[in-house]
Design a protein around this ligand. Structure first.
Ligand code: HPA
Length: 291
C-alpha cells in the first residue's frame, strides 16, 4: 500500500532494485530456495497448514509488498517443504480494488521469480458464469479473458524490464498444458470432479449485474473474479509455468434473485479447502516425479 496520504498512480513503475530488495528480505528469512509458488485466494489460506518446516513472514515485513486488507486474506508468505517440493505460498493476495496500483499487484510475482520460483499455482474464489456451475466445485482454468487488461490495467505497463521477458509477451498458452494434464490425472485418481473453463478478471469490487453476467457468458467466460489474471500475465512474461484453479463460490445470479455476498464466498472457501488441498498435494507429488 502507498504511504498514508499518498495515492498510488497508474503510472507507477517498480524498478528492479525495489523487486530485489524484497527478494533479499525473503531470502534472508529462509534458507529454503522455493521453486514452486502458490497463491491462495479468498478463504483458501488454511491450505498452508500442510507446509513443514515453514517460515511465516507477514506481508508488512516485506518492503513494497502489497498488503491485503480483505477478510479471508491473511497477508502472509509461507516458505517451506511440502510433499517433496520447496514451496513459497502467498496466504492471501492483494487486489487492485483495494487501492494498489496494477504494477503493485504484479510485484510479488517478480519477487518470487527472483527467489527461484519457476512454477506458479494460482487459486481464486470465483463466481459462476456458466449456468451449470455450483458453489463448492473446482474449475481448472484453461484460459482467461483479460478484461481488466483490455480496460487498460496491465502490470506490464511502463518500461519493459528485459530481465524478465520481452516487451510483447505471448499469451497463447498462458496456462501450461502439461500441468493441465497433471491436474486432470490427479483429479481422476482422487475422485475429485474438476470443471474446465475460462476465467475472466474484472476490477471489482462490485459484483456483477445480471446484464454483466450475460455479457460475460457471451464472450466465452465460465467463471468470474477480481484477481489472478494480472499475476498470470506477470508470471508468463517471466516465462513461469502456470496452473490456475478456481473454487466456485457462488452461482451465476442471472435473474437477480440471489444477491452475492462476501460471506458466501468465504463459506464456500471452507468447503473447498480440503478438496483443493488433496488436488494441490497430488499436483506437487506429480511435479516431484517430473525430474
Ligand atoms: N464475481 C466476482 N468475483 C467473485 C465472485 C463473483 O461472483 N465470487 C467470488 N469472487
Amino acid at each position: 500500500m502507498p504511504e498514508a496520504g499518498t495515492r498510488p498512480t497508474q503510472n507507477e513503475f517498480i524498478p528492479l532494485e525495489e523487486i530485489q530488495r524484497a527478494a533479499d528480505e525473503l531470502g534472508r528469512r529462509s534458507a529454503i530456495r522455493p521453486t514452486v509458488g502458490l497463491i491462495m485466494g479468498s478463504g483458501l489460506g488454511p491450505i498452508a497448514d500442510g507446509i513443514q518446516p515453514s517460515v511465516v513472514i507477514p506481508a508488512s515485513e516485506i518492503p513494497g509488498w502489497p498488503i491485503p486488507t480483505v477478510e479471508g486474506h491473511l497477508g502472509r508468505v509461507v516458505i517451506g517443504e511440502w510433499v517433496g517440493q520447496s514451496v513459497l505460498m502467498l496466504q492471501g493476495r492483494a487486489h487492485y480494488y483495494e487501492g494498489h496500483s496494477i504494477a503493485r499487484i504484479g510485484f510479488p510475482i517478480r519477487v518470487i521469480y527472483e527467489l527461484g520460483v519457476r512454477t506458479l499455482i494460482v487459486t481464486n474464489a470465483a463466481g459462476a458464469v456458466h449456468p451449470d456451475y455450483r458453489p463448492g466445485e473446482l474449475m481448472l482454468i484453461l484460459d482467461h479473458v483479460n478484461l481488466i487488461g483490455m480496460a487498460g490495467l496491465s502490470p506490464l505497463r511502463g518500461p519493459n524490464l528485459e530481465n524478465y521477458g520481452p516487451r510483447f509477451p505471448d499469451m497463447s498458452q498462458a496456462y501450461d498444458r502439461v500441468l493441465h494434464a497433471l491436474a486432470r490425472d490427479v483429479a481422476r485418481r482422487e475422485g475429485i470432479s474438476l470443471r474446465e473453463g475460462v476465467y475472466v478478471c474484472l476490477a471489482g469490487p462490485s459484483f456483477e449485474t445480471p446484464a454483466d453476467l450475460r455479457f460475460l457468458q457471451s464472450i466465452g467466460a465460465d467463471a468470474v473474479g477480481m484477481s489472478t489474471v494480472p499475476e498470470v500475465v506477470t508470471a508468463r512474461h517471466a516465462g513461469m509455468r502456470v496452473l490456475g484453479l478456481s473454487g466456485i463460490s457462488n452461482k451465476a445470479n442471472l435473474d437477480g434473485s440471489s444477491p452475492t455476498t462476501h460471506e458466501e464466498v468465504l463459506s464456500a472457501g471452507k468447503t473447498l479447502v480440503p478438496v483443493l488441498t488433496r488436488l494441490v498435494r497430488g499436483i506437487l507429488r506429480g511435479l516431484a516425479t517430473e525430474g
